[in-house]
Design a protein around this ligand. Sequence first.
Ligand SMILES: Cc1cc2nc3c(=O)[nH]c(=O)nc-3n(C[C@H](O)[C@H](O)[C@H](O)COP(=O)(O)O)c2cc1C
Length: 354
Amino acid sequence: MSFFSYKTLRELLFRLDPETAHTLAGFGLKMVPYSPTLLKGVKNHYFIDSPYLTQEVFGKRFLNPIGLGAGFDKNGEYVTATPALGFGFTEIGTVTPEPQKGNPKPRLFRLKEDMSLQNAMGFNNRGAEYMLNRLKSLYFLDYPIGINIGKNKITAQERAIDDYKILLEKFRDFGTYIVINISSPNTPNLRDLQNEEFIRELFKMANGVTSKPILLKIAPDMSYDSAIALCSTAIESGASGIIATNTTVDYFLTPNAKDFGGISGRLLREKSFEMFKVIGKEFYGKTTLISVGGIEDAKDIYERIKSGATLVQIYSMLIYHGPDMIRRANLELIELLKRDGYRNIAEAVGANYR
Ligand SMILES: Cc1cc2nc3c(=O)[nH]c(=O)nc-3n(C[C@H](O)[C@H](O)[C@H](O)COP(=O)(O)O)c2cc1C
């Protein structure tokens, strides 16, 4: 049963160009909370309330482990609706110190046959001040929120750290966790900051600014050795977790790919999971791990959890399957946990290493 037929809605949305469809869906998400009755109806349908799925992470209660990945809600405008869609948390952003328009359009593409997306958005967002006011207005919301931060495109590479400092100072008391994004392929040279020297300097600065958990989000396009070295440095320097992974620039994954931007969704699934397994094996038990990339059902989620993920995130497959996938995934996750004799999701985290 479905609250509404996402298939029909998808048919309509897929007739529009992807960014217009996103804006329209976003408008809907902004509007829903204005009608408490509608919001309640949506929640009653999509939200799964179960002690099997609830766990405490970063000192906060997460009602389930499935989050909405960064980049969907760039300005924190949908967070009163996304819990009703069944998500356990949302990562908002990437937010930059100053507002910026992002790259020229078109910059978001559907790779329909591959059930994937390719984007070159370039951190289009309303800036830190807007986000801060938004977060202040959400004081009543008891819902875990990650704040994903990045540098402005016009900020010189040598001054990148200043942008992260501005953002950390701004959000020092907000959200459940903060994410350092240096893994987007769509801000020139951003990924070059994925080096141990910068990471050391960054976390040294960050630890002096806020006591919020700070996580590092990494790209899937580096050697496993480099990824391990980078994450080790981050953890030694005070990072509270790793998010793996961002989109990939491996354009050989499909003949349908453009030669710019980052690919996400089903095409990223294997690459992201392989990288996650390497990270999980190395860092499970030493830090908190979040897995993201091509996740589309409870089986995927359960595999990632057993490989060390405390939480997972979804973006692209939501576009293809609609919010009912979150409800289904949560219900099926409970069945998988019961099947294997777990009483709570936290018991399954890292099960492959025990
Ligand atoms: C249109 C689009 C915009 C994105 N924007 C961001 C962003 O601003 N910051 C970020 O860290 N990741 C961003 N991502 C990456 C996602 O958060 C996620 O890491 C990636 O898409 C892999 O997950 P998926 O296969 O479930 O989509 C974006 C992804 C898409 C498709």
